[in-house]
Design a protein around this ligand. Structure first.
Ligand code: ADP
Ligand code: ZN
Length: 704
């Protein structure tokens, strides 16, 4: 082993340190053991096999279900200078041969492939002739029917254990309840394998839910805070995504739609343009996203209620993978819930399967309508229990205001009762509000006692409160009878005045409240300039923008404003390779920006750049000091500091090489003092201070 895992993390990936669990998992794998890793999306699962792959001798095989997902990772790895390839059906024979040669010559470190290509007999026997150091099974939940994305071709992976024995295996997934976890281990033939289960909490995601009325204007209000940002809006139907996307376009957003009914060329185009930030908002059915490895998604909106929490959590997991604050907005309505229930009832599957689906839908509904911490509700679902609120969901941020809603409840229940338990919600509300709509009058509902008893409340408020009554079990909906509202055994207590009802105050704008907190994005001019540069660079290289740098890296650059190459290495996401590839260009952008700033308050680093600019124009330190109206020694200080940090300046034009050597030796002899004076004195004042200054810089850079 040449470098340690941390060294590889820093030099190749450019990250300062491991995230929780990563280091532990990497050590475990390098020691030759297998593992099942369950970490939420965005927590950095890839590192868990990529670093062992680079530490271990031989080839690491990565199994992944989608070509798009694989090619993205391979592109990113190549950008880091890692020998990685991906085999898929779209490759030409020559390309496949080239990859095979690389494997045979021991030059390839990582090979990504779909299970069906891996399990071809010919390929397996070829693999037995080379050294395979590790097998990584990504999206491992696909192997289990208990999971939420079962793929039959995954089940055959069980035979790998016999075909390539004694190779450690790492299976990874972001979504597996405990039944699925056990099933993965069982099917992969690794029953006693150590499991690494990370917390599912995503602290940078703010989760909000909102009643589904008036969705489009709520979305527009929400989007005001995400100008120029990238996001996904999930809808249930194809028609829904198309119309929403068109409406957004009309409202001036760069939006596109994506669904399974489009041909693969159009779908790929949307995906590609989204990857490159050319499309800001994609309105999609659930078909979109699994192949997306995009780290700067700032928001995910669910226009319709998802069918289970697994799916929902996976979809919102596509937001904020770079760790920066992101928002999730979930709309819910009874109509959606009923529609999903209908799909399930009409769909395939035995009664048990349908019952499980229905239960999952009920849990999703609870999550959407909860008045308590939503994150906790989700964590509980995945077997992680906790009492304290998360602090980053709407209910934690703005605890709902509860009031005595007994009278409202009584009016609604009584209206249900008096209309004969056969009207649906909209008509019931019309009755309550005293509407003279034809359906109301024709049935003589205007003659019942509660007609008009609820005039004081707007329609949407009623809708929300009736939904709450449904959630509390005080009303039910009969799907089989035109979605009629019915009373329940609990209703009587309320009607007789024996039971109080608490309701949560309906607030129309809840979904769009602005909350500013930590980690908020700095979106200033420099960020925009860097982003522009990134887009151009990515296009020229034919890679997605995030493969150049992700948003978190750009943001750190904006905050640190490094002005010399070496300082770039301090930024998370910049390793040696990226520094070499992009360092100069990035500095150019920053320098250009700094030099053109006329801020009253001085910007750190700007004065160095002004000196450097004059040095590069061939001016000598005296001229620079005069022109800039600063001390001569300050000019030398600037030159020295820049040189120390790797700036290419010919230092010997100011101090001859032998003098540098003499000063350098004396400085070391004296144990590298900070001040110039001891060195000056030890050399009997023979060299002026500015030479001492630069001599020490010369020594520092040499011993860097
Ligand atoms: P997952 O597969 O778990 O969804 P990824 O492996 O795609 O997550 O990583 C998510 C993001 O986090 C990527 O942008 C990745 O580069 C970044 N990342 C991973 N590990 C670290 C780390 N130790 N320090 C900083 N960023 C990291
Ligand atoms: Zn919470």
């Amino acid at each position: 082993m040449s470098s340690s895992p941390v060294e590889i993390l820093q030099s190749t990936f450019g990250y300062k340190s491991f995230r929780p669990m990563q280091g532990e998992i990497v050590d475990h794998i390098i020691a030759g053991d297998s593992a099942l890793v369950i970490l939420p999306t965005g927590r950095g699962k890839s590192i868990c096999f990529q670093i062992p792959a680079l530490c271990l001798e031989g080839l690491t095989i990565v199994v992944s279900p989608l070509i798009a997902l694989m090619t993205d990772q391979v592109t990113a790895l190549k950008e880091l200078g890692v020998a990685a390839e991906c085999i898929h059906s779209g490759l030409s024979i020559e390309e496949k041969r080239r990859i095979n040669d690389m494997i045979q010559d021991g030059k390839l470190k990582m090979l990504y492939m779909a299970p069906e290509s891996l399990l071809q007999g010919r390929f397996l026997s070829f693999l037995r002739s080379v050294k395979v150091s590790l097998l990584a099974i990504d999206e491992a939940h696909c192997i289990s029917v208990w999971g939420n994305d079962f793929r039959p071709e995954y089940t055959k992976l069980g035979m790998l254990r016999q075909q390539i024995p004694n190779v450690p295996m790492i299976a990874l997934t972001a979504t597996a309840d405990s039944a699925t976890q056990q099933d993965i281990l069982h099917q992969l033939g690794m029953p006693d394998t150590k499991m690494f289960l990370g917390s599912f909490e995503r602290r940078n995601l703010t989760i909000r839910a909102s009643a589904g009325q008036d969705r489009f204007s709520k979305i527009l209000r929400f989007l005001c805070r995400f100008k120029n940002e990238v996001g996904i809006i999930y809808c249930l139907s194809r028609k829904g995504v198309e119309s929403l996307s068109n409406k957004l376009k009309e409202a001036g957003y760069q939006s596109a739609y994506y669904h399974a009914g489009m041909n693969s060329i159009s779908r790929n185009r949307v995906q590609q343009r989204f990857q490159n930030d050319e499309i800001k908002i994609v309105c999609a059915t659930i078909a979109f996203g699994m192949g997306i490895d995009k780290s700067n998604v700032r928001f995910v909106i669910h226009y319709n209620l998802p069918k289970n929490i697994e799916g929902y959590y996976q979809e919102i997991g596509r937001a904020g993978r770079d760790g920066l604050d992101s928002e999730c907005l979930l709309f819910y309505s009874w109509a959606d819930k009923m529609r999903l229930q209908q799909f399930m009832d009409d769909g395939e599957g035995n009664p048990t399967f349908k019952r499980v689906q229905t239960e999952k839908l009920d849990r999703m509904w609870e999550c959407a309508t909860a008045a308590s911490c939503r994150t906790n509700l989700i964590l509980n679902y995945f077997g992680e229990f906790r009492a304290a609120g998360c602090g980053h969901c709407d209910n934690c941020l703005n605890p709902p205001k509860v009031f005595d809603g007994t009278i409202i409840a009584q009016k609604a229940l009584s209206a249900v009762y008096r209309t004969g338990q056969k009207v649906k919600m909209d008509i019931l509300i019309d009755v309550l509000r005293g509407s003279s709509r034809q359906e109301v009058i024709a049935q003589n509902y205007h003659e019942i006692k509660t007609y008009g008893a609820g005039r004081n409340l707007p329609f949407l408020d009623w809708k929300d409160y009736i939904t709450q009554l449904l959630n509390q079990g005080l009303l039910a909906i009969e799907y089989t009878q035109g979605s009629a509202l019915k009373t329940t055994p609990l209703s009587m207590g309320v009607l007789t005045g024996n039971q109080k009802v608490d309701l949560v105050k309906f607030e129309k704008s809840k979904a769009t409240d602005k909350k500013i907190n930590k980690g908020q994005l700095v979106r200033d001019e420099l960020f925009e300039k860097l982003r522009q540069w990134r887009l151009t660079t990515a296009k020229a290289r034919g890679i997605p923008a995030y493969a150049v740098f992700n948003d978190a890296t750009l943001q750190e650059i904006v905050q640190a404003k490094p002005i010399v190459v070496d300082d770039l290495l301090m930024i998370d996401g910049i390793g040696v390779k990226k520094k070499g590839d992009y360092g100069d260009k990035v500095l150019e952008v920053i320098r250009d920006y700094l030099l053109n700033q006329n801020h009253k308050k001085s910007i750190k680093g700007k004065t160095y750049l002004e000196t450097l600019k004059l040095v590069n124009q061939g001016k000598n330190p005296n001229q620079i000091a005069n022109e800039r109206n600063i001390q001569l020694l300050t000019v030398y200080n600037h030159i020295g500091s820049l040189y120390e940090k790797g700036e290419s300046i010919d230092l010997h034009q100011y101090v001859a090489p032998d003098i540098c050597e003499t000063i350098s030796q004396k400085w070391e002899e004296l144990n590298k003092p900070r001040d110039l004076k001891p060195v000056h004195e030890a050399l009997n004042g023979k060299y002026p201070y500015h030479q001492i200054r630069l001599g020490i810089s010369w020594a520092k850079r040499r011993y860097r």
